[in-house]
Design a protein around this ligand. Structure first.
Ligand code: SAH
Ligand code: SF4
Ligand code: F3S
Length: 439
């Protein structure tokens, strides 16, 4: 065997949890002598960390696998693995459809990746999509320094909400929270390696209910404890469900300066009929009351949401109710998606909205969201805001970071700003970012 390091290429699809998982898989394979490469042509192993949330996302995996065929022909020793939510949902099916795939590892089994790779060397094609009892994070190696000032940290995984459109409860399993002590230890190590901002991740992160020394902790208490870590400057969390916005978490937004004034709180629709059909367990009015309470705690908070256009049964009036709710809240950012039926979910059995109507509604949602986002960005001009700089910009001397409100901000500076947290006065607002000067 040669001593040259083997090369691993990982392509990540879907949500931030997949980004986090890809990093952890890279670390697990690092212990086996693999280093990362951006170029699949020079890789000894390619891993696709997949997303099943909408049909397009899932189908993309198969077309990307097809595109790997010439690489495998050129280098027969190349190992191809499929991880993530498509792996979880379609394990054996991937093996049948795609003979070039060597292993399939579901979203809960990444700690088993090294032994699975060893099995492929013996000519096996392992598939592991069981939901194991042990915590995969416990079995993964310690995280190395990345040089980046921001990091994700998964605190909760899975979802018990079963929204009628959503595959996540099936691909990520039941809600599980990691114990407080492990999270604090991981956060402490990240900060010791130079991380200044941690985003706590969970499919239903504000439903966090982890074991603490004195009983079960909610997310509000976890945030306040994390805020005591010296050197940790910013805390964010995503994604939340309106029904799990506990009082102490809302209070933390007012009381804890390290908790950033940005909240992604998906509502999906502004029509009570549709919310009910979606199994969301709250009304539009209840959501608006919740927003009022959050804004009472932190008046400048920037709110964001997800919306689905053309959910089965959605009428023109329901769609107009959604537009009205978006306008009323005045979201500073939001994502909207055309409804995509997912096999195995209750809504997939229902008669759908005409695709052209759904497309038009999606465009109307996007146009309104874009306008509000521009208004919210324009309102930043003249304000002073904290910016954590992450990397050089495209122009010479330019640095890019994120404001407290999670907006991209460009600044020009002679001295390198990478990793610096600084006060910036915003001077201009472009379509997708802000420009400013250091104070
Ligand atoms: N856990 C998060 C997000 C889950 S997926 C939450 O509860 O909010 C991210 C977004 O994808 C969802 O908020 C929803 O707007 C969208 N989405 C999920 N399933 C979808 C489907 N079948 N079709 C279209 N959009 C979907
Ligand atoms: Fe999916 Fe989120 Fe609903 Fe859970 S709460 S089922 S993750 S949309
Ligand atoms: Fe996609 Fe799985 Fe995340 S379905 S959105 S990668 S939890």
């Amino acid at each position: 065997m040669s001593d040259a390091p083997k090369k691993l290429h990982i392509k990540t699809y879907g949500c931030q949890m997949n980004v986090y998982d890809s990093e952890r898989m890279a670390e697990a394979m690092g212990t086996q002598g693999y280093v990362l490469t951006d170029d699949p042509a020079e890789a000894d192993m390619v891993l696709l960390n997949t997303c099943h949330i909408r049909e397009k996302a899932a189908e993309k995996v198969y077309s990307d696998l097809g595109r790997l065929r010439p690489f495998k022909e050129a280098k027969p020793g190349l190992k191809i693995g499929v991880a993530g939510c498509v792996a979880q949902a379609e394990g054996e099916e991937i093996m049948r459809r795609m003979p070039l795939v060597d292993l399939v590892v579901g979203s809960q089994n990444y700690h088993r990746l090294p032994e699975m790779v060893a099995a492929t060397a013996r000519g096996e094609r392992p598939v592991d999509t069981e939901f194991p009892v042990e915590d995969k994070f416990d079995k993964l190696p310690e995280r190395p320094a990345t040089g980046r000032p921001t990091a994700f940290l998964t605190v909760q995984e899975g979802c018990d909400k079963f929204c009628a459109f959503c595959v996540v409860p099936y691909t990520r399993g039941a809600e599980v929270s990691r114990p407080v002590a492990r999270i604090l230890a991981e956060a402490g190590k990240l900060v010791a390696k130079g991380v200044k901002e941690i985003t706590l991740l969970g499919q239903n992160v504000n439903g966090y209910h982890g074991e603490g020394a004195d009983g079960v902790w909610g997310l509000g208490r976890l945030v306040r404890e994390l805020a005591r870590i010296e050197g940790l400057e910013r805390i964010r969390y995503t994604t939340s469900h309106p029904n799990d916005m506990a009082d102490d978490l809302i209070e933390a937004h007012g009381a804890e300066p390290k908790l950033m004034p940005y909240l992604h709180l998906p509502v999906q629709s502004g029509a009570d009929r549709i919310l009910k059909l979606m199994n969301r367990h709250h009304t539009a009015a209840e959501y608006l009351r919740l927003i009022e309470r959050i804004r009472a705690a932190r008046p400048d908070i920037l709110l964001s949401s997800d919306f689905i256009a053309g959910f089965p049964g959605e009428t023109e009036q329901d769609h107009r109710d959604t537009l009205a709710l978006i306008e009323e809240v005045g979201f500073g950012a939001a994502f909207s998606f055309k409804y995509s039926p997912r096999p195995g979910t209750p809504a997939a059995e229902r008669a759908g909205v005409d695709p052209e109507v759904a497309d038009r509604r999606l465009h109307e949602l996007q146009a309104l969201i874009t306008r509000l986002q521009h208004e919210s960005q324009a309102a930043m001009v003249g304000r002073e805001v904290g910016v954590l700089f992450e990397k050089p910009g495209r122009l010479p001397g330019q640095w890019v970071g994120k404001s407290d409100y999670l907006q991209a901000v460009h600044v020009t500076s002679e001295t390198p700003l990478q990793g610096a947290l600084a006060k910036v006065r915003i001077t201009a607002s472009g379509p997708n970012s802000l420009a400013g000067v250091l104070l």
